[in-house]
Design a protein around this ligand. Structure first.
Ligand code: DPP
Ligand code: ZN
Length: 853
């Protein structure tokens, strides 16, 4: 396990300005001929050795300027091809043979069902041919694909199609030319037989762009929403960022076997079908939301990622943090701002905070990497986006856009660093952002402590803020924007609001001329990715909950009340719901607020969020506390919950934003109500009468959650109804893994040999194995250690098939830091066992070593 360090970065001695690829597709013997123009950018003859990256393929021939090299002129190893005594400028032609069918790692070129497709980010191109597989080597690609015409009528690659012709033996050839320089990680190839949805978009400067969406045969009816999302993304990026699309064609292909969500290859996005295919009957409101967000995300990469790319992989957040920020802003504009923001924060706090406190904690710009695939993390993506958001807060929308313009003007066509980005933002706004840039190198979640005193005499408020690094970390003070709102305690009116810049270890902010002692909402909009330590009375929280302008703060106040109460249940098993909480909960239920917002307000902090909030957590005790709290809330408000549930049902119609809000609220109520077995009949009728997947799956989920009498019955009905729809069957597998039933381990075991399950398909694996580890805390943390053992067993199997997927699933085993010692030692036992695996991958190897260190 040899790490690479950011500090060791060196420019490439060679560049490859031009690549011509000819790829003759075959299941097991695909021939790749790569003809490259190579240029050395130094005159030093001692640097005449060219080291190309390559992995897992057969080298057929090498030519330099048309002359075949003999074997003493180069060396091939597991990971590279070394060519000695190269001239300064030359044409290098390499033929390699690869086996797409045997490629279960799903990097490079592989088969997904009947189609060939590719995935090159981060380092997959080296599995196609020998190359300088690093993002600062950028080339103009011409790609020719040859394949059987019947089986593979569509042959696709990046850029514009320049040639098509039929060949003998039933084959055909298609050539593509991409006029933009790009790193090899953005190369893509697809060959298959698809249904095609076509549309067009006229850019604001009046150019026509053909839009093509390729899906598996028979799935066209599920492609319309994604197409609309693409057009909305294109229009939004023009309106908000003044960025226009640059090629004449934009293609998206949906495939079933995919390690990630989707991939932004220039002009030819490849998508996990989960983020394309949807119709009301088979997809939930969340699915629709995510499809739009991921389509947007990949589209937005065209400028932030493709036109301006990363110099090296340590800079990944340069494109990902920025592009996540862009997709979150897009979603917020397309839906309800507050609701979108709250959901972003929930993910961050439940999962990124844990990562940042765990053994794989790293800055948003990592400094040390063993396996790059391990750094496509919540930290690089979600915290990276929060860092961009803080910049947006500090500079304002106008200043931020000025900075983006400058960044693109300076760096279009280049491979750059996070520092280049910050410098462009700083220069465009005449600001010194050197302190801010510490966010790129710090590790851990900082804490902000707040303390307020009001002086009646002078009518002034003094707010003392201080900051401390995350546990076990040390770094100089950060620049932290702290949003605030001062509320009149009597009327709830906003007396002041704004953003404070906390830049010292401790600072005091004074507010004058406040006739009354205000209630303070701090960290409004979740203005920084920190933990806020600001104890507030229930009265203050209730005031914020009902009166703050800021939606995040209203929601957060209710969550604070809940978290505090759950902590009391956790500490004292005899604790019961206080009247004040009953009243608060009733007030939320009665409030005249948007249904989607109310749904979030009555959704309790989950197991993962609470683990962040407590120390040395005993999982079963926390689960019992959560369960009892929920039960007590239900008992105190059964009538109100039932009546809202019924009202929502009556008012539900269609696919509008309003309807999805009502569904969210209805299902949030259902989540409580199903805790009473008497509600079983209602659950069944919701299941049977459902007009869409949101309602149907919520009913099945509730039945599984409480193991209701009807569960097996509707569970089987669901599997029967949807057996032919793999994406819906993924939802079913996920539910099987969450059933609250002592026989869960037998159930899981038998599902591994279910005809619809396959360890080779990442979506299936994530649905069954991932859902168990992440969403069934009760049995995952079974005191017998069986849950950990079952997960470890699956990881060992998967590591041989697809190390990237194995590595994603290991999170539950390595992030034990919030739990008590017994749990931690049980987890370590499983990790120690896994560490002994023969030929362990760098992917899980890196994480296990970090966890056991
Ligand atoms: N496809 C992944 C993403 O868009 C990696 N670039 O985030
Ligand atoms: Zn991305």
């Amino acid at each position: 396990l040899t790490p690479m360090y950011l500090r060791d970065y060196q420019e490439s001695v060679y560049q490859i300005p031009k690549v011509d690829l000819t790829i003759e597709l075959d299941d097991e013997r695909t021939l790749v001929r790569s003809s490259m123009t190579v240029e050395r950018n130094t005159n030093r003859v001692e640097q005449d050795v060219l080291v190309l990256d390559g992995h897992d393929m057969e080298l057929v021939t090498i030519h330099i300027d048309g002359v075949l090299l003999s074997t003493d002129q180069y060396q091939v190893s597991q990971e590279s091809l070394i060519i000695n005594h190269c001239p300064g400028n030359f044409v290098l032609t390499i033929e390699t043979m690869i086996n797409p069918k045997a490629n279960t790692a799903l990097e490079g070129i592989y088969k997904s069902g009947g189609a060939f497709c590719s995935q090159c980010e981060a380092e997959g191109f080296r599995r196609i041919t020998y190359f300088l597989d690093r993002p600062d080597v950028m080339s103009i690609y011409t790609t020719t694909i040859i394949a059987d015409k019947d089986k593979y009528p569509f042959l696709l690659s990046n850029g514009n199609c320049i040639e098509r012709k039929d060949l003998e033996h039933g084959k055909h050839l298609v050539s593509w030319h991409d006029p933009f320089h790009k790193p090899c990680y953005l190369f893509a190839l697809v060959a298959g037989d698809f249904d095609l949805l076509e549309d067009a978009f006229t850019t604001k400067s009046g150019r026509n762009v053909d839009l093509q969406l390729f899906v598996d045969k028979g799935n066209l009816f599920k492609a319309h929403y994604a197409m609309q999302a693409l057009k909305d993304s294109m229009a939004w990026d023009e309106q908000v960022f003044d960025l226009e699309y640059d090629l004449d064609i934009y293609m998206i292909v949906a495939v079933d076997f995919f390690n990630m969500g989707a991939m932004e290859n220039k002009g030819l996005n490849v998508f996990n079908s989960k983020y394309v295919l949807a119709d009301e009957r088979s997809a939930t409101d969340d699915d629709f939301f995510n499809i739009q967000a991921v389509i947007g995300h990949e589209y937005f990469h065209n400028w932030t990622g493709n036109r301006v790319t990363c110099r090296d992989w340590f800079q990944l957040s340069l494109k990902e943090g920025l592009t996540v920020f862009r997709d979150q802003q897009f979603s917020a504009d397309m839906h309800q701002k507050d609701v979108t923001r709250i959901n972003n924060v929930r993910v961050l706090r439940a999962h990124q905070f844990a990562e940042d406190a765990g053994p794989m904690a790293h800055p948003i710009r990592p400094e040390k990497v063993v396996e790059m695939n391990n750094f496509y993390t919540l930290t690089v993506y979600e915290k990276g986006s929060e860092v961009i958001r803080m910049l947006h807060t500090l500079l304002g929308e106008t200043g931020f856009q000025r900075g983006i313009k400058e960044y693109i003007a300076r760096h279009d066509g280049q491979a750059v660093t996070c520092d280049d980005f910050i410098n462009a933002m700083a220069d465009a706004n005449d600001r010194d952002l050197s302190q801010f840039s510490l966010w790129y190198s710090q590790v851990g979640t900082p804490q902000v402590h707040a303390n307020a005193t009001y002086d009646l005499q002078s009518k002034s408020l003094s707010l003392r803020l201080s900051q401390t690094p995350g546990a076990g970390q040390q770094h100089p003070p950060l620049l932290i924007p702290i949003g605030f709102e001062l509320l009149n305690p009597k009327t709830g009116e906003t007396m002041r609001q704004g953003v404070l810049s906390l830049s010292d270890a401790a600072q005091t902010f004074e507010f004058e001329e406040l006739a009354l002692q205000p209630v303070i909402a701090l960290l409004t909009g979740f203005s920084a990715p920190v933990k806020l330590d600001f104890p507030q009375s229930n009265d203050d929280l209730l005031r914020i909950m009902t009166s703050a302008n800021d939606g995040f703060s209203r929601w957060e106040a209710s969550q604070s009340l809940f978290r505090q109460c759950i902590a009391n249940y956790y500490k004292d098993t005899g604790y019961r719901l206080p009247d004040s909480l009953q009243q608060a909960f009733a007030n939320i239920l009665d409030a005249d607020i948007e249904p989607a917002f109310k749904a979030l307000q009555i959704t309790l902090p989950g197991f993962a969020e609470m683990t962040e909030f407590l120390q040395d957590v005993e999982p079963q005790r926390l689960l019992a506390a959560l369960e009892q709290f929920e039960q007590d809330l239900l008992n105190s408000q059964t009538a109100k919950l039932t009546s809202i549930y019924q009202q929502c049902t009556e008012r539900l119609f269609g696919d509008s934003e309003q309807a999805s809000g009502l569904r969210a609220l209805k299902n949030a109520c259902l989540h409580y109500l199903a805790g009473d077995e008497d509600f079983d009949g209602e659950v069944v009728s919701q299941f049977r009468q459902a007009r869409n997947m949101t309602e149907q799956i919520a009913a099945l989920n509730a039945a599984a959650q409480y193991n209701l009498p009807s569960f097996e019955n509707i569970n089987n009905a669901f599997a029967e109804q949807w057996q032919e729809d793999t994406l819906v069957m993924d939802k079913w597998f996920a539910i099987q893994a969450k059933v609250q039933d002592g026989n869960i381990f037998e159930r899981l075991q038998s599902l591994l040999s279910h005809p619809k399950f396959s360890m080779e398909n990442p979506n299936r694996v994530r649905s069954l194995v991932g859902s168990f580890a992440n969403s069934n805390p009760k049995y995952f943390h079974d005191p017998s250690g069986k849950g950990y053992e079952w997960l470890a067993t699956q990881i060992a199997i998967l590591d041989k098939i697809n190390p990237q997927v194995a590595s994603r699933l290991i999170t539950g085993l390595i992030q034990g830091q919030g739990f008590c010692q017994e749990v931690q030692s049980r987890l370590r036992k499983q990790l120690a066992g896994l560490q002994k695996l023969e030929n362990i991958s760098a992917d899980i190897g890196e994480k296990i070593s970090a966890a056991l260190a």
